[in-house]
Ligand binder design. Structure first.
Ligand code: NAD
Ligand code: ZN
Ligand code: ZN
Length: 235
């Protein structure tokens, strides 16, 4: 039986069919929306025609439905879709973070810029391993440098909120990924994934420390860009 989580169902769930496509290009295949999908030859579908155009339900951006299917199939197929035009997330985005653990400690000292509270320490431990099908080179090993990695947050209400959202992001495998380190150039290694952490407690020489008055708001925005917001905490 056809599952409701098969790629075609996921794409159809978040798109409405458009009977008369707008006079625009599809930004996935760069063809006109009134022409067939540029992925017609590459993607097999019994239920989606090359001419079919859909509009994403929330952000209203339009694409060939087959192009959206090609994009979905190219990702980690977790049941979520992300609009390639405006990055709106449909469903729950998950990542490819390898196995490891996230531990939380309290440090009875304040951080520069946050003199009125103590400090939360997050310790991420990820050992090296073998890449899965969701990684760039399945079956090949990956390295894990600089673990355990120690990160710091002020232990005030905004810092606690960030911590709780980071826990959600960890459980969704969004904190790290396997790829090329932009710092060292090494490939097939565990790297940070678009959610910045403060790994230095007492100075900000590296840019990854305190003080940084914008940090908490910046990381809240980075979490939101991955679909992790306060709404996730009430569920
Ligand atoms: P990367 O170099 O591919 O960069 C990915 C993102 O992480 C970028 O946004 C970058 O700005 C940010 N980033 C880079 N260095 C960081 C740092 N020291 N602290 C916090 N964020 C940082 O990512 P990567 O390869 O995962 O990390 C960069 C380097 O930092 C690596 O060489 C890693 O070994 C080292 N590191 C070491 C420790 C340690 O405790 N020894 C802790 C964290 C990172
Ligand atoms: Zn297209
Ligand atoms: Zn959009």
């Amino acid at each position: 039986a056809e599952s409701t989580n098969d790629p075609e169902s996921v794409v159809k769930k978040y798109m409405d069919n458009l009977d008369s496509p707008p006079d625009e290009d599809c930004i996935i295949c760069m063809e006109k929306l009134a022409s067939p999908s540029g992925y017609s030859d590459a993607v097999e579908s019994k239920t989606i025609q090359p001419y079919a155009v859909g509009k994403l339900k929330q952000c209203a951006h339009s694409f060939h439905i087959l192009c959206m299917l090609a994009m979905y199939n190219n990702g980690n197929k977790d049941g979520s879709l992300q609009c390639p035009a405006c990055k709106t997330i449909y469903g729950e985005k998950t990542g490819t973070q390898p196995k490891g653990k996230m531990d939380i400690y309290s440090i009875p000292r304040s951080l520069p810029g946050h003199p009125d509270c103590e400090t939360i320490q997050i310790v991420y431990t990820i050992p090296p391993g073998i890449q899965g099908p969701e990684h760039p080179n399945p079956g090949r090993p990956y390295t894990a440098r600089g673990f355990p990695r120690h990160c710091y947050l002020p232990n005030n209400s905004k810092g606690k909120l960030v911590l709780n959202l980071l826990r959600v992001a960890w459980n969704r495998r969004l904190i790290f990924t396997v790829g090329v380190s932009s710092t060292t150039g090494e490939g097939d290694t565990v790297v940070w994934n678009e959610i910045h952490h403060k790994t230095e407690m007492c100075s900000n020489i590296s840019g990854h420390g305190y003080p940084d008055p914008r940090y908490l708001d910046n990381v809240l925005a980075e979490l939101a860009a991955q679909g992790v917001t306060e709404d996730c905490l009430s569920k």
